[in-house]
Design a protein around this ligand. Sequence first.
Ligand code: GSH
Length: 211
Amino acid sequence: MSIKVHYFEGYGKAEAIRMLLAHAKADWESVNYDDEQFKALKESGKLEFGQVPVLEREGKLYSQSQAILRGLGIAHGYYPSDPYHAYLADSMLDYLSDFSSARVKALYYHDPEAKEKMIADFIAKNVPALFEAIQKRLEENSCPDKLVGEKLTIADFGVASISFSQFMNKQNVYYEQYQEILSKYPKVLDYFNGLGEVLKEHLETRKPSPY
Ligand SMILES: N[C@@H](CCC(=O)N[C@@H](CS)C(=O)NCC(=O)O)C(=O)O
C-alpha cells in the first residue's frame, strides 16, 4: 500500500520526508491541501496534534516531522546505528529546527518595520551561523560530502530540504542574498551541489514552490 504524505503545496516541513521517500524509491505520494481543505481536515479530528505533515501508512497516521523522518530513516537505512553518529544526525536536525523557527518568526512578525529588521538580522546572522556549523561538521567528518559518516543520513535530508527550499531555490525571494553568503562557504556549496546530484530526480520532478 502506498505511503501518503499529507501537507500543503510548498516544501516546508514535509520536504525532508518527501526527499527521503523519493531517494529510497518507496511507493509514496503527496496529498496536498489548500487552506480550505486543511481546515476541513483539522476539523475532522484526524490529526493528533492538529498539524501537518502527517504520514499515512497502512491506515495509520504519524505526526511530527522529526519523528516521522527518524522512523523512516530507521526503516530505510538512513539512521546511524552508532550512538555518537545518531547524536550527530539528531543534533543537526534539532539545530535546523531552531533555524527554521527563527526564520518563520521573522517572516510572519506582526509589526512590518520590526519584521524587516528581523529578516535582515536573520540573513546577516543566522544564515552564516548555519553555514559555519555545516562547514565544521563536514570538515570533522570522514567523508566531505556527507554530514555523518560515509552514508546518507536523515541529517543530509534535513539540510537538503532547507537548502533546496531556500538557499538553492531560485524561486525563493532571498535567493540572491543567500547565494552571496554561500559564496563565502565553498565547501558548503559543494556539499549542497552534491546533495542536488543525489536528489536530482526528485528535485527535477517536484512542483516548483518559493519555500
Ligand atoms: N512540530 C511539528 C510542527 C508542524 C507545523 O508547524 N505544521 C504547520 C505547517 S508547517 C501546520 O500544520 N499549521 C497549521 C495549524 O497549526 O493549524 C512538526 O515538526 O511536524
